[in-house]
Design a protein around this ligand. Structure first.
Ligand SMILES: [Zn+2]
Length: 92
């Protein structure tokens, strides 16, 4: 889960061990993959070895989110949208 972002440093809560870890994405650009017709996922890795993939092709319109999503999911979506604007090639 993408818990927060501070500039280009993201904090991820590991889905396996529950620990928080950070990753600095300064200088990182996510490119469009012609083969898959979408932007590459952001992959992060915890110290425990667990990897997490974040879909960076998320719909940018928050108003389309269903009202019944959890607060946690809402937070994650907000963070992912903010991150997309920072590192996805089309927003740079
Ligand atoms: Zn972990």
């Amino acid at each position: 889960m993408l818990k927060s972002l501070d500039g280009y440093v993201i904090t991820v809560e590991c889905q396996e061990c529950g620990n928080d870890y950070t990753s600095d994405l300064s200088g990182r650009t996510l490119e469009f993959l012609d083969e898959f017709k979408e932007y590459e996922n952001l992959i992060t890795k915890c110290e425990c070895g667990e990897r997490e993939a974040f879909n960076m092709n998320f719909p940018m319109d928050a108003f389309k989110d269903k009202p019944d999503i959890t607060e946690r999911e809402r937070t994650q979506r907000k963070n992912i949208r903010a991150l997309i604007k920072k590192i996805r090639a089309d927003y740079k």
